[in-house]
Write a protein that binds this ligand. Structure first.
Ligand code: DLL
Length: 433
């Protein structure tokens, strides 16, 4: 596969760093001059734009948090006058005020390039028919993928999220070859295709799945269910939307668009950098954004980065799959538990369907959690005694992976809610502290 932007994706490290430094200086100056919030934060740290002499000066810059973005709703962090802004997107996240990102024409152009970059790295070509099943609207997934896929020259079918029967009909009628959605919706759609018995009528070959965590085990399930190759891609509204990073066909980490974003991996508690290859919170500084530049944005996403060369020829660093968000992680008996670990364990057990949820409760002073997971029909219809023994076995397997024992409740296939967008796995029923 040819590399979409060979000049930037295969840069020598020294050359890339020189470009990053030049762009960082410009971004800091832009933030300082145009956004009162950033000017105050930089002044407070005693950093003037002219002080940025090397990339290591990044550590002198203030962090920006989700709360900062929220309290600036809607336009407080815009760095250009509104007449230069041509589009906004927002994400409601799980709680509270939405976060907003704005785009100038140049920002939209960058966005299309970055999405085209990862989509072509994933194997999309102009002859593809790409069905976008991400929501069009304020969510960045629909429009972001739309712009990038059209930039490649693919035929875009902008079906948007939901309406599963229509998705399947269009996939047949238009000869869809690439499906774009969340991994959880891909799973649901795959199930519906099987039920409808029309899999043989589809031409699907690729899935570009992103916007939520997906373990390798779940990816394999989806690939097997559909008989396609699935790649992961990452981004967030505050930073640009999709296009921050995406996997190439080797599927061994997502190539970061390092000429547009500086990505640090920091200890979420102390804010100090972790060693290369260690898991930490991704902190992103944009390098080319005009409307909504971000300085050291605390994503709350946990991952690790490798700088080893990928055999695909790209020289960019790669981030591994997001193992969770700092706010998804929960603590039971002093042990940190990530939903992604639970997912990987469940998918390794025979007889379980890849649909589960985690319910957190408080019993007395103790926090407890129960994993509700679907079993295949054959198992569910078996003897009750068998099911109870099975629940115990699964609980024990989870305990040895997590070091704390969850309750396990097996439920009938098809009984848990299916997601059309981002799935909500953790249901926190604990009273507020
Ligand atoms: O989800 C942007 C996006 C759209 C990315 C389509 C990829 C494809 P938000 O709605 O602002 O933006 O949500 C951002 O979603 O901080 C992560 O926690 C999570 N997330 C996004 N991509 C991935 C991924 C879009 N590949 C939040 N793996 C981020 C795991 C992801 N989590």
């Amino acid at each position: 596969m040819p590399i979409w932007d060979e000049d930037h994706e295969t840069m020598a490290r020294g050359e890339l760093q020189a470009l990053q430094l030049e762009r960082l200086r410009r971004t800091v100056a832009h933030c300082y001059e145009s956004v009162p919030f950033y000017r105050a934060a930089l002044d407070e740290r005693g950093v003037a734009p002219g002080d940025i002499g090397s990339l290591s000066d990044l550590a002198r810059l203030p962090f920006t948090t989700k709360d900062d973005v929220r309290t600036s709703y809607p336009y407080g962090l815009f760095a250009v006058p509104l007449e230069e802004v041509v589009e906004v997107h927002s994400s409601s996240g799980t709680t509270g005020t939405p976060v907003v990102g704005g785009y100038t024409r140049a920002d939209l152009d960058t966005w299309a390039e970055l999405v085209a970059r990862f989509a072509s790295a994933a194997g999309v070509v102009p002859a593809d028919v790409a069905q976008v099943a991400f929501g069009y609207g304020m969510f960045t997934g629909g429009f972001g993928l739309h712009y990038g896929l059209q930039r490649i020259g693919a035929l875009v079918v902008p079906q948007s999220a939901g309406n599963t029967a229509r998705q399947i009909q269009f996939m047949q009628d238009f000869g869809t070859t690439v499906l774009i959605c969340t991994p959880s919706y891909a799973l649901h759609l795959g199930e519906a295709v099987e039920k409808a018995g029309v899999r043989d009528r589809l031409r699907l070959r690729l899935g570009l799945f992103g916007a939520e965590a997906c373990s390798d085990a779940l990816r394999t399930r989806i690939e097997e269910r559909w008989g396609i190759s699935a790649t992961d891609n990452y981004g967030l509204t505050e930073v640009i939307g999709p296009g921050v990073a995406g996997e190439c066909e080797r599927k061994d980490g997502m190539h970061l668009a390092e000429d547009h974003f500086l990505v640090e991996v920091l200890d979420p508690q102390s804010g100090a950098p972790v060693a290369d290859g260690e898991v930490g919170e991704l902190v992103v500084t944009s390098l080319t954004k005009e409307c909504s530049p971000v300085l050291r944005y605390r994503t709350r996403d946990l991952s690790r980065i490798t700088r080893e060369r990928c055999p695909c020829g790209r020289t960019t660093a790669r981030m591994h799959k997001v193992i969770g968000r700092t706010d998804d992680m929960f603590i039971i008996s002093g042990v940190n538990v990530f939903p992604s670990t639970i997912e990987s364990v469940l998918l390794g057990i025979d007889g379980l369907e890849p649909y589960y949820e985690i319910v957190l409760e408080r019993k007395g002073a103790l926090d407890t959690f129960t994993v509700r997971v679907e079993v295949t029909e054959e198992l569910f219809n078996g003897w009750l005694d068998d099911l109870v023994a099975y629940e115990r076995r699964i609980s024990e397997t989870l305990r040895s992976a997590l070091l704390v024992r969850p309750g396990v409740k097996l439920v009938e296939a098809g009984s848990l809610a299916r997601s059309e967008g981002k799935v909500r796995r953790v249901i926190d029923q604990r009273p507020p502290d």
